[in-house]
Ligand binder design. Sequence first.
Ligand code: GDD
Ligand code: MG
Length: 395
Amino acid sequence: MRIETFRYTERMGAVLLRDIQKIIELDSGLEMEEEGEARGVLKVSERTIYEMQRKMAIIIPTKNEKIRLFENCISGVPHECLKIIVSNSDVRPINRFELEKETLQQFCEFAKRRAIIVHQKNPIIARALQEAGYTDLLDDNGNIRDGKAEGMIIGILLTKFFGKEYLGFIDADNYFPGTVLEYARAYAAGLYMAKYAYCMVRILWRYKPKIHEQGLYFKRWGRVSEITNRCLNSLISFVSGFETDVIKTGNAGEHAMTLSLAESIPYASGYAIEPQELLSLFEEYGDIPYPIDEHQNNIKGIEILQIETRNPHLHENKGQEHINQMLLSSLGSIYHSEVCPEETKNLILEELQRQGLLKLGDEPPRPKLIRAPKDMNFDRFKEIVGEHIEEFIIQ
Ligand code: GDD
Ligand code: MG
C-alpha cells in the first residue's frame, strides 16, 4: 500500500492529531523499492502488511444485521487477522445469533481459519466481568448492557485474551466486502507508520453514496459526522487559541488501535464511544507537556492518524430517529467533557436546538462512562473465560 506521509500535525498536549492521509495505491508490491520513494509518499510493503495483520484482531460488533451483509463483512477480513465477532442479535423468536454462528462456521471451514464469536449477553462473560471488578459494562441485574460500545470493549478484552497486539473495528452492515479489506489494510499501514506505541488509526470514508432522483450522489460527509467534527474542532480551537479543522473522523466507527492504547482509554456507552475516545485522551493527556513521563514505558506521545479510503462506503440506512440519537449522544459526550469550553457548549446547544432535538434550557444527555479496561483484574477475567473458551471458537 502506498500512502501519503504526515504533512500536518495538531497537538493537544501529548496527543498528536495527524491530518488526513490519502491512500495512493492499494497494493504496492511485495518488497521495498530499491530506488526509494517519491517525496511525501510512504510505501508499506505487502510483507509488512502481512506481518502487521498477523498480530491484529478485527472486531466486528453486530446486532440483527442481514445475514448476507454479515457474510460479506467476514469474507473481506484478511486471512491473517483474528476475527472476533461480538453479537447482540436476537435469539428469539428467530435465533439470529445461531444463524451468524452457522455462517461463520461455514466460512471457517472453507477459509481454513478459526474465528471467535460470542453473544453480548453470554452469562460467562458477564460473570467474568463481575469477578474481575469491571462492572462498568453490566446493568443492575448483572447482565451486559446493550450497546455498540459494550460489544466493542468485549472485543478488546478478547483481543488481549488471544495475545494480539493490535485491534481494529469494522461494522457488520457493510454492502461491499472490498471496503472491509481496504480498512484492514489501512489499519496495518497506519499502525506501522506510527511513531509511538500509543496509536490510533481512524478511517475517513472517501464517499458515502446516496440515492437521489437523478441517480447516485457521492456525498462526502455524513450528517452526524459533519457536526461532530465541527464541535470537536471548536473544542480544540478554543482550548489552544488557534482555529483548526484537523478532526475529520470524530465519529469513525472504523478505527484501529494498539492494544496498549485500547486498554488505557475510558470509553462511553453506545454510539458516544468514538468521540469519547478522543475526549478521554484530551482530558488525560491534553495539557501534559510533550513528551510525557519517560518512566511510563517510554511513551512519548499518543498518535491519532486519519486515513482516507479509496472505496466509497455503503451501509444500511437505519432511519432518522437513529441519526438523531447518534447526534445527541455524540454531542452530549463533547458537551459534558471537562475540557469543553463555553464557546463549544453554546455551539452544541444552538445546533441541537436548531435541529429540534433539544428544548431551550435543556442540556444534551450525559454519556455513561466506562473505565479504562486496564483498571480491571484481567487475570481473573482470563481465568473464567479460559475455562469455557472452546465454546467461543469456531474452526
Ligand atoms: N455487539 C453489538 N451490540 N453491536 C451493535 C450494537 C450492540 O448493541 N448496536 C449496533 N451494533 C453494530 C451494528 O450491527 C453495526 O455492525 C455496527 O454496530 C454499527 O452500528 P450501526 O447501527 O450500523 O451504526 P451507524 O452505521 O449508524 O453508525 C456507524 O458509523 C458511525 C460513523 O458514521 C457506527 O459505527 C457509529 O458508531 C459511527 O459513529
Ligand atoms: Mg451502519
